[in-house]
Design a protein around this ligand. Structure first.
Ligand code: FBP
Length: 327
């Protein structure tokens, strides 16, 4: 989560901690934990507290606080619910056409966060407020557009809207390789610029897609997108599953510790097929999933989410986890 030593100013006061080199994610986490503990409790002396409170910007703390509402034990299961625009209402089985129904079930199952567009967040706050974290997606497009325009996502709200809604993070898509990459990057950076000011983490849907890309799930292509997302300052990356544990591990390697979450994708033939993918992602070093169709197109949304949570958070195997799902 923390990619560089934001606590450099506290190192001098903690030589025993700062001696440990910051080479891995775990070492970053350890140092961050020690310092947070140090500044949180009265057993530190006033000088240290003073140093922290005067040198750590508010927005850093805000980003940390919000990320920790989404990532539990450094991992997350996020429900994606922007399909009404991205694909149209036909993505939803009739029993799940009302977003309240899906959200209620997802919350009962214990989902860590829900990613949705501002309009749906507004309509459903009575269900999710105070029960799960909110990721507001600020770009989208419909498939009603002419085909060539579908490689571009438009503004679907602003960072102010996300803040007004009480968001814990914002999200935006970048189609790496699109002829509109330039416009999407401008959008990404204007969102990120505002979000950074207010301490809102930015999730990037890093989707390689464009005329030069023959196979968007190819490991080289996904790796490239994930690396580009890292270099564009994403706090969380959501990207395509490359089909195997080994190839997905290659993707994880290029993000320098920025958490990578698997994008669910079209519904798999059986729940077990999907749960096996989730296990592979976790074994490869992924930090969880952002999933839509594979859970809400199943009649047992709750069971599917419970099964995914069991794998992501409890290291349960897919054959065991699938028992949560009712046929
Ligand atoms: P799924 O789990 O259903 O694939 O949802 C992930 C997601 O990125 C959604 O956020 C978005 O609506 C959809 O996939 C976009 O799908 P497509 O691949 O058709 O652009």
């Amino acid at each position: 989560m923390i990619k560089f030593n934001l606590f450099a100013h506290l190192d001098e006061q903690h030589p025993q901690v700062s001696r440990v080199p910051l080479t891995t994610d775990a070492s970053h986490k350890r140092r961050e934990k020690v310092y947070f503990k140090a500044i949180s409790y009265t057993r530190v002396n006033t000088m240290e507290k003073h140093a922290f409170s005067t040198m750590t910007p508010y927005n850093f703390v805000g980003k940390y606080v919000r990320l920790s509402r989404i990532l539990r034990d450094d991992r997350a299961v996020i429900l994606a619910l922007d399909h009404g625009v991205e694909h149209g209402p036909r993505d939803f089985p009739i029993e799940h056409i009302d977003p309240h129904v899906i959200i209620r079930k997802a919350i009962r199952a214990g989902v860590n966060a829900i990613m949705m567009l501002p309009g749906i967040a507004r309509l459903t706050y009575d269900v999710w407020a105070g029960k799960t974290a909110l990721v507001v997606k600020l770009t989208s497009k419909t498939n009603l557009r002419p085909e060539e325009q579908r490689l571009l996502q438009s503004d679907f709200g602003y960072v102010d809207d996300a803040i007004a809604l009480g968001a814990d993070a914002v999200a935006a898509t970048v189609y790496w390789g699109s002829p509109y990459e330039d416009a999407m990057l401008s959008r990404w950076f204007s969102i990120k610029h505002m979000a950074d000011i207010y301490g809102l983490p930015c999730l990037q849907l890093a989707y390689p897609r464009g005329p030069a890309i023959k196979d968007r799930y190819d490991v080289e292509v996904v790796r490239y997108g994930a690396r580009a997302a890292t270099e564009s300052g994403a706090d969380l990356i959501k990207t395509y599953y490359t089909g195997t544990r080994e190839t997905f591990a290659e993707v994880i390697k290029v993000t320098s510790g920025v958490p990578v979450l698997m994008s669910g994708g079209p519904r798999r033939v059986t729940p077990l097929d999907f749960l096996r993918d989730v296990e592979n992602v976790m074994e490869a070093g992924g930090r969880g999933v952002v999933v839509g169709r594979n859970v809400f197109q199943h009649h047992d949304v709750e069971g599917m989410i419970r099964a995914v949570i069991a794998i992501v958070h409890k290291d349960v195997g897919p054959e065991e986890a699938v028992k949560y799902v009712k046929d």
